[in-house]
Design a protein around this ligand. Structure first.
Ligand SMILES: [Zn+2]
Ligand SMILES: [Zn+2]
Length: 258
């Protein structure tokens, strides 16, 4: 089955000179699925006239760099006309987040925006480790090494694995095993010496080791804390992984042919 992945944003924490925080559009036979929705992602979709094509959204975890533009997208779904609730898959407990967003940003005097998030999305909570069907394609999840419930994603019919935010683990290697394309976070340069053991992130070195151990076909590195670190993170990854390694940048299109 062929599919294509368009990078909308690739920055950790907040937008940088590289563009939006993380978000990816996954177009496949079953629809156009937005994977993560960080700040700036909705503007990227709107500028490419892609907002109307979305058939569903998958959120890896609640951290704002992966989910904050659900606010912008929820408003867009409720104004100037109410659109049907958009299917949303997110980790267990995410429903309470949507209720909280309604409490903060709901507009009681505009009926379509009184509950823009619990009303604008049709939420399915996903227990990390579960396999679900998203827009007609299978999504197998693994619990990431991160301080909140986080979905590492594998789309087995599309040849894609996406780490989300995570530290290294044996389960992560298995989740990525043999993927045609591995979209993987490398938040920091390994040489920076930042201790990621508590919070759970990868570096240029560990993302390269992950790609090598999992035997993937191609590595696309994303979620950089500092865009200036790109060349060094790529060099670190290439020392561990002999296959193709690229940096995700907004507008990049990755063709998938599983
Ligand atoms: Zn993140
Ligand atoms: Zn995170």
């Amino acid at each position: 089955m062929s599919a294509r992945l368009t990078v909308l944003g690739a920055s950790a924490c907040a937008p940088t000179s590289l563009g939006a925080a993380v978000g990816y559009l996954l177009e496949h036979d079953g629809g156009a699925t937005l994977v993560d929705c960080g700040p700036g992602v909705v503007a990227e979709l709107a500028s490419r006239d892609l907002l109307g094509r979305l058939t569903g959204v998958v959120i890896s975890h609640e951290h704002a760099d992966h989910s904050a533009d659900l606010v912008a997208l929820g408003y867009r779904r409720g104004f100037p006309e109410r659109l049907p609730a958009l299917p949303l898959w997110a980790p267990t407990g995410f429903g309470r987040k949507l209720e909280g967003l309604d409490a903060v940003y709901g507009i009681p005097t505009l009926p379509d925006l009184a509950h823009p998030f619990t009303g604008g999305y049709a939420l399915t909570e996903v227990e990390p480790g579960a396999t679900v069907v998203v827009d007609g394609t299978t999504l197998a999840t693994t619990r990431a090494v991160h301080p909140v419930p986080t979905l590492t994603m594998r789309f087995p019919d599309l040849g894609l694995a996406y780490t989300a935010d995570t530290g290294m683990s044996a389960e992560l290697v298995e989740a990525c095993r043999g993927a045609q394309v591995l979209l993987a976070e490398a938040t920091y340069r390994d040489a920076a010496g930042i201790d990621v053991s508590e919070h759970g992130h990868l570096t240029g070195r560990t993302v390269g080791e992950l790609a090598a151990e999992a035997g993937v076909g191609r590595l696309v590195v994303t979620h950089l804390a500092d865009p200036d670190d790109g060349p060094e993170i790529l060099a670190e990854a290439r020392r561990a992984f002999a296959g193709p390694v690229e940096l995700a940048v907004p507008g990049m299109v990755v063709e998938l042919d599983a």
